[in-house]
Write a new protein. Structure first.
Ligand code: T4K
Length: 367
């Protein structure tokens, strides 16, 4: 085929002139970081866009999740999903806590709430579910379990920027939600992340924890870290926020095209459209049932690669199969997650992906 290599995603960028205009005041003032005026302006704009009362910005999604866990003073065990990016579990383990893996729901790939309660022990202090691919977790059941057992809930909403449920911003649920603004996400600040939460009292603590725990020039109250979003990242965020709705519209068109080709094909399972959910079309996962489809996921990946289409197996391997965890855990304990991890690919999806490339991708898959 005549096209350039097609990767799983491609960062959305504003026009160069637009970004230059946005960073000009940073050059004029020489205030580059440490929660400057652009950072503050962006934080407010995000509160509006995400329809949440409080946003705190960070240099990336991972450190924001790490700090959320620290801020809630969790201890002991945390129930989470193995079907995610490394960040989710690493943030728990790096806080000195024990991740406890719960299996996932076979339709949404999010934590299966029916399996949570049997994993709760007297050491459990929190649940960290993931809105994986932007699919919304069963928050009602998760939060009723949390309430019953007095557990905190932190949602890893890295994939869920702009997602709403029944008109409400997804960042309003649980104790805290974490968003990633990495270059590969629907909305990016180059690198970046944010926490959203209803409890205003968290604001100062989060501010201090991302700035070494410093509370004044002569007081350091906590063992914090450096996780501040700088002014150039915030400026990129302000620019990209102007265009994100258009980007999501373009993604929708691509997703619809994939559906036109791949719906109702035996052995192919597409990502569910959830009722009441305004989605952001973050990823396009496809699960292959080798018996019904006739080819395995890995064969499909290889065939596409021959045509310079480089899909990704998000999220394979499962986290409980990672070298750094597998001596303590077994993926046999989470069989549904294992099955999905072994049979899923995420197809290329980004705003400027041409529809004829989508047609080609589907043609190769269906041949
Ligand atoms: N929780 C969840 C559930 C997550 O998925 C993530 C991140 C996090 C937490 C942590 O958030 P951050 O700390 O990252 O903010 C990528 C991303 O680096 C990572 O942010 C993301 N999840 C994960 C799912 O994907 P890789 O190692 O697969 O990225 P890489 O470099 O292979 O890039 C993938 C494709 O993206 C490339 O083939 C082309 C495109 N790309 C990449 C970069 C770096 C661009 O177009 N521009 C770029 O600058 O992890």
């Amino acid at each position: 085929m005549q096209h350039k290599p097609v990767l799983v995603t491609r960062s959305s960028l504003p026009d160069l002139e637009e970004y230059v205009k946005e960073i000009k005041p940073i050059f004029d003032s020489a205030w580059l970081t440490n929660m400057g005026p652009v950072h503050q302006k962006f934080e407010q704009k995000l509160e509006n866009y995400l329809k949440v009362p409080n946003v705190s910005l960070f240099c990336n999604g991972h450190l924001s999740l790490f700090i959320a866990i620290k801020a809630l003073r969790l201890s002991g065990e945390v129930i989470t999903t193995p079907f995610s990016f490394a960040s989710t579990t690493h943030a728990i383990a790096d806080n000195g806590l024990r991740p406890v893996f719960c299996d996932i729901d076979p339709d949404t790939y999010t934590l299966d709430p029916q399996k949570i309660e049997s994993l709760i022990t007297r050491h459990t202090t929190a649940i960290i579910p993931v809105h994986v691919y932007g699919n919304v977790c069963n928050m009602e059941v998760i939060e009723s379990i949390a309430k019953k057992h007095n557990l905190k809930v932190i949602y890893d909403a890295a994939h869920a920027f702009g997602v709403e449920i029944n008109g409400e911003g997804i960042g309003n649920f649980g104790d805290v939600s974490m968003f990633s603004f990495h270059a590969t996400k629907v909305f990016n600040t180059i690198e970046g992340g944010a926490l959203t939460y209803r409890d205003k009292a968290l604001k100062d603590l989060l501010y201090n924890l991302k700035n070494f725990g410093i509370t004044s020039q002569t007081t350091v109250e906590d063992i914090g870290t450096n996780a501040k979003m700088n002014e150039f990242q915030a400026a990129m965020g302000i620019c990209n926020l102007r265009h994100v709705d258009d980007e999501i519209k373009k993604r929708k068109r691509i997703v619809e095209r994939y559906w036109e080709h791949l719906e109702n094909i035996p052995g192919i399972k597409l990502n569910p459209q959830q009722q009441g959910v305004k989605t952001n079309y973050a990823y396009f996962p496809v699960v292959f049932d080798e018996k019904a489809f006739g080819k395995s996921r890995d064969q499909v990946v290889d065939e596409l690669a021959k045509e310079k289409i480089f899909v990704r197996k998000y999220f394979y391997p499962l986290i409980n199969d990672y070298e750094c965890y597998r001596s303590i855990y077994s993926s046999k304990a989470t069989p549904i997650a294992k099955e999905i991890a072994d049979s899923v690919v995420t197809l290329p999806l980004f705003a400027d992906l041409e529809l004829n490339i989508v047609d080609e991708i589907c043609e190769i898959i269906l041949q």
